[in-house]
Design a protein around this ligand. Structure first.
Ligand code: C2E
Ligand code: MG
Ligand code: MG
Length: 573
């Protein structure tokens, strides 16, 4: 009896232990966010556990029922999933696969194990996780890797890759790849004037238009390169996707103004630069680069243009880069020299003054004129340093001559618009004058009308401050710019320099004579002095004298010359 009781107690205890264990397993499975399936080969029975009932609305009793999954998941994954769910057919032990659901953005991961006994499959366990969240993060990352968030166009990196692929394909198929850079004209003005929120919206709206234009043709891709710059890559640019057709479509698309969400309307034009494989370049980065160079060239020629790559443009560009580098070196080692051109009163032919004109002596290229490098120096900012050197050098030279020859005249110095923008400009000039003991009325600053375009008021304030100290101001190249009379009246100007282009034609062209005479009369009425620039012929001088031009400057009476040569001229006076 005792024996029997003992056996019963033992069984009870074992049973309790089993119940406990089962309870533990069940609890763990139920707590899991995964759906699980246990299948016994021997009994051909399946059990579902864990989160199954929440994830699926069907049960699986045997392995045939598992085919229900094939209806749920995207067709593209069905074959692979079938292989994975029956991996024992290949004698494998473990596998996993991720499948996209058919009608939603959800993703499932199936992990399958098969347990073998004596080389025969005995049990199979399938654990299914919902991995949608993980996938959407991945998709977002992928999106960020390929697309520009603002416009939805491809981003630069991906575009460069695709353009590279086009080029390789064109190499094989002996075809052409066009690269078009598209840049919104005057975007900075829009951005500065209307704010970056509006600027961004414009970039976005124009981007959407380009996206529409590029969709539906795998040989045409568009990207947002940066700020207001976009790029198209066109494989085999013919017919519908020829550069001309696309450029026309882009232009048509900006014909109507853009309507911003704040109600403002903005009308834009665009400049387009085109470079093609194999003519312009043989790799993606160079194609983009060259298309950009010609686009800027187009802008310089007047915006709203389509400019095609050609070799002279590239050479000009490379040349200017080369110049820029040399110029920087020259600024460092101070390889400039000042030349001086005399100015004479037209009546008594006495010396009125000298215009200081900078020269650059380059070891390789010899003398380079300011027309070739001042604009480069303005672009790379070195004009500030060069300009300071010019002022100091000219004032110092004048002080020496006044001392040596005991005579006063006017030293005329050209000033770039950028120099006026500096807060310290006025103080700098006054400091230099004090240092060399030169009175303000002995120097004249030549300005051009370009300085009046931006920030008129602060330029005016500085000019007036200088003028108040006695410094003379002259307006250079008069007649070539806006020459607005209203400006003239407002500006503190002592002298008008009539541009050489008038003097060149004054003898042959009666309308030039009418303009020249009216400039002289007007200047006279406003109490200004007139200087004729570029006088080369005796007849030009005689005519100018007869119509009342005050001062003559030109090769006829003296070329720009080194300080040494200018002294010879002073010696003779
Ligand atoms: P600009 O101020 O109008 O100077 C007059 C230009 O006409 C000078 O050219 C001068 O050499 C040239 N010229 C004078 N008379 C004649 C003539 O009878 N026939 C011909 N064919 N040309 C004549 P340059 O020296 O090449 O200077 C060109 C421009 O570069 C200047 O035009 C001025 O705007 C700028 N520049 C020159 N030096 C400086 C400087 O130190 N600083 C700045 N910011 N600009 C300068
Ligand atoms: Mg000048
Ligand atoms: Mg001039």
């Amino acid at each position: 009896m005792d024996e029997l009781r003992y056996q019963i107690d033992l069984l009870k205890a074992m049973n309790q232990k089993l119940v406990l264990q089962e309870h533990i397993y069940k609890t763990v499975c139920d707590m899991s966010s995964a759906a699980m399936l246990f299948y016994s080969f021997e009994r051909d029975e399946a059990y579902t556990l864990g989160n199954w009932d929440n994830m699926f609305d069907f049960k699986v009793r045997d392995m045939k029922d598992i085919s229900r999954f094939y209806e749920l998941i995207d067709e593209a994954y069905v074959l692979k999933l079938r292989e994975s769910l029956f991996l024992e057919k290949k004698g494998e032990k473990e596998t996993s696969i991720e499948c996209k659901m058919r009608d939603s953005m959800s993703w499932l991961r199936f992990h399958v194990w098969v347990i073998y006994e004596n080389d025969c499959p005995s049990e199979k366990v399938i654990v299914i996780h919902n991995v949608t969240k993980y996938h959407s993060q991945n998709e977002e990352l992928e999106y960020m890797a390929y697309y520009d968030a603002l416009t939805g166009l491809y981003n630069r990196n991906y575009f460069v890759r695709k353009l590279g692929e086009f080029v390789r394909r064109a190499e094989e198929e002996q075809s052409i790849v066009s690269t078009m850079i598209i840049d919104i004209d005057d975007f900075r003005k829009i951005n500065d004037g209307r704010g970056i929120v509006v600027g961004d919206e414009l970039v976005q709206q124009f981007g959407f238009l380009l996206k529409e234009l590029s969709e539906g043709d795998e040989n045409l891709i568009a990207c947002h390169l940066s700020s207001d710059v976009y790029c198209f890559a066109i494989y085999d640019p013919v017919g519908n996707r020829s550069v001309e057709t696309i450029a026309q479509k882009i232009r048509d698309s900006v014909r109507d103004p853009f309507r911003m969400s704040n109600g403002e309307e903005i009308k834009i034009t665009v400049s387009i630069g085109v470079a093609e494989y194999p003519e312009a370049a043989r790799n993606a980065l160079e194609l983009i680069n060259f298309a950009e160079i010609v686009m800027y060239k187009g802008k310089a020629l007047g915006k709203n243009t389509v400019q095609y790559f050609d070799t002279p443009i590239l050479n000009e560009f490379l040349n200017s880069i080369d110049m820029e580098n040399r110029l920087k070196e020259t600024v460092i080692r101070n390889g400039f020299e000042m030349y001086y051109q005399p100015q004479f009163y037209s009546g008594n032919k006495k010396l009125r003054g000298a215009e200081a004109l900078i020269r650059w002596f380059d070891e390789e290229k010899g003398m380079i004129g300011p027309d070739k490098f001042i604009s480069i120096a303005e672009k790379n900012g070195s004009i500030i340093e060069i300009g300071k050197w010019v002022i100091e050098q000219s004032v110092m030279q004048y002080a020496k001559w006044r001392e040596k020859y005991g005579m006063r005249f006017i030293m005329s110095i050209n000033i770039s618009a950028l120099q006026y923008k500096r807060d310290d400009f006025v103080d700098f000039i006054l400091r230099v004058l004090r240092r060399y003991n030169v009175s303000p009325s002995e120097i004249e600053l030549e300005i051009t009308e370009s300085i009046l375009i931006e920030d008129f008021q602060s330029v005016m304030d500085r000019l007036c401050r200088l003028r108040d100290t006695g410094v003379r101001i002259s307006l250079d190249d008069f007649g070539t710019g806006y020459s607005s009379l209203s400006y003239l009246k407002k500006l503190p100007i002592d002298t008008l320099k009539i541009d050489k282009s008038f003097i060149d034609t004054v003898l042959n062209d009666s309308s030039t004579r009418i303009i020249t005479e009216s400039i002289i009369n007007m200047a006279d009425a406003l109490g200004m002095e007139t200087i004729a620039e570029g006088v080369e012929l005796e007849q030009q001088y005689r005519y100018l004298h007869s119509v009342g031009c005050d001062v003559i400057q030109g090769y006829l009476f003296g070329k720009p010359q080194s300080a040494e040569d200018f002294e010879k001229l002073l010696d003779r006076l």
